[in-house]
Write a protein that binds this ligand. Structure first.
Ligand SMILES: Nc1ncnc2c1ncn2[C@@H]1O[C@H](COP(=O)(O)OP(=O)(O)OP(=O)(O)O)[C@@H](O)[C@H]1O
Length: 259
């Protein structure tokens, strides 16, 4: 399998007024093309920092990482990824189509190509017909889907998603999880997904990376045995519950390390 992310002995120490903070300690991880990888762990274990390193928004202080076989800097220049933040982060004064168009305008993409990408990505997230609406005219779940459309419009093979559904109620979240899986299956993108939810991680992922804080590190990497096709009620199967139990165990083990 082609490697999309390869981290070796990755370290990142922030120097703060209160002393050094070891956000990532000796992280080793391989992510192959087309994988759906969730990062789960308590607050402060370095999940966001790891995504930010991939996106070249933070520089590691030790070890190496490649993104699509390049340095994160080169990958950023090549626009190798789309980034979806925890809050939808749409510009309130721009319509949905204008929000999606903004990064494309900056990239110098032609108007015709912009229109085509807007049409295609809105269809992918089931928002066709909402082009001219402003973000505040959409529900929270729809706004989050619009921000996913914006990230997809880059047409990058890699999607970085930092707790995109954290603020949504459970029914909406279930629905978006289903849609995201569908989208992933259709597009064969590689997805790195941060979550605090064990069921969400198990439902979505081909690989689950369990992390723990102080210092931020990987305590378990679980390869999912679930089939690619996942109806929501798969969450009641013994296989699903067994993976969830292992994630919970990993989180617990990481926790006792602090005591
Ligand atoms: N720019 C920064 N400067 C100093 N410390 C930072 C910086 N960014 C993150 N940290 C620290 O690094 C550690 C890891 O933070 P990070 O945001 O990656 O954790 P997280 O697992 O994503 O947490 P959460 O689940 O709360 O989002 C934390 O202790 C945090 O305070």
């Amino acid at each position: 399998m082609q490697s999309i992310i390869s981290a070796r002995n990755l370290d990142l120490v922030f120097q703060t007024a209160d002393g050094p903070v070891h956000a990532l300690n000796d992280v080793n991880l391989e992510i192959g093309k087309g994988e759906f990888v969730s990062f789960i762990g308590p607050s402060g274990c370095g999940k966001t920092t790891f995504l930010r390193v991939i996106a070249d928004l933070e520089k590691p202080t030790g070890g190496t990482i490649t993104v699509n076989g390049m340095t994160p800097e080169k990958a950023r220049e090549a626009r190798a990824y789309g980034y979806v933040f925890q809050a939808a982060a749409l510009y309130p004064w721009r319509t949905i189509e204008k929000n999606i168009a903004l990064p494309l305008e900056i990239m110098g993409i032609s108007k015709a190509e912009q229109a085509e990408r807007i049409r295609r990505t809105l269809a992918l997230v089931n928002l066709t017909g909402f082009e001219k609406k402003f973000p505040w005219q959409l529900s929270g779940g729809m706004q989050q889907r619009a921000s996913i459309a914006r990230a997809l419009a880059f047409d990058a093979d890699l999607l970085l998603m930092d707790e995109p559904f954290g603020a949504l109620d459970e029914i909406v979240r279930d629905h978006l999880n289903e849609q995201l899986l569908e989208l992933w299956a259709r597009t064969n993108k590689t997805i790195c997904f941060v979550t605090h939810s064990i069921p969400e991680a198990v439902y979505l992922s081909t690989k689950i990376v369990v992390m723990s804080p102080r210092p931020g590190r990987v305590t378990d990497i679980i390869e999912s045995t679930l089939p690619k096709e996942r109806p929501l009620d798969i969450r009641e199967t013994p296989e699903f519950l067994a993976i969830a139990a292992r994630v919970r165990e990993g989180l617990r083990a990481g926790h006792s390390y602090e005591d």
